[in-house]
Design a protein around this ligand. Structure first.
Ligand SMILES: [Mg+2]
Ligand SMILES: [Zn+2]
Length: 196
């Protein structure tokens, strides 16, 4: 009963969470890890916790970024931060009405499915309200790491707020009584994705 409950996976937002947010960036040379990202990921990997990326890339739908450029940026992310166990990417825009673009839960559910864990056993880490809404909708535990662009309202509404990625990993690896997702989403299994 008091056994430490390790998460099934930790799913990270990319821009503003793992790397500095450079809007619609297609240039690998501009990829810069956020403070503590390398260390945080290293601790999770050493603890055998799968790590994944769940990222909105609407620049592709907008034509501001080619899929190839996006792939090159993601390759640079792995070069700097190490390999991820899964990538779930939404390349749509709001008007597409897809089921994957955060705040929809599709990316979280898809990453969990690829990793063969329940979304309810996942932690979602992000810098804005959309990330936290996606976590909540999927039944996952959301942890907000605010940056300068995070709105006060998003901080107030977050179920859990961490100072930085070091704090996130401290919480994830030590919280025996971590809140587990209270929302179940049985409909989620039926959802489809065009790219992940
Ligand atoms: Mg972000
Ligand atoms: Zn999408």
């Amino acid at each position: 009963m008091f056994e430490k409950r390790r998460p099934g996976a930790v799913l990270f937002d990319r821009d503003g969470t793992l790397i500095r947010d450079v809007p619609y960036n297609g240039d690998p040379a501009r990829v810069e890890p956020m403070p503590g990202a390398v260390e945080a990921l290293g601790r999770l990997r050493r603890a055998d916790v799968p790590v994944a990326v769940v990222t909105n890339q609407s620049g592709v739908a907008k034509g501001l970024l080619s899929p190839d450029e996006m792939d090159q940026v993601n390759a640079k992310v792995e070069e700097l931060l190490g390999p991820f166990d899964a990538w779930a990417i939404c390349v749509h825009d709001d008007a597409d009405g897809c089921t994957c673009r955060k705040p929809a839960p599709g990316l979280v559910i898809r990453a969990a499915a690829v990793l063969d864990v329940s979304p309810r056993d996942c932690v979602v880490v992000g810098d804005i309200g959309r990330d936290m809404e996606a976590a909540r909708a999927a039944g996952a535990r959301g942890i907000l790491v605010p940056t300068l662009v995070t709105l006060q309202e998003e901080i107030q509404q977050a179920a859990e707020v961490a100072d930085d990625l070091t704090d996130v990993v401290d919480r994830v690896l030590s919280d025996a009584e971590a809140p587990v997702g209270a929302v179940s989403a049985p409909w989620a299994r039926a959802m489809g994705w065009s790219r992940w």
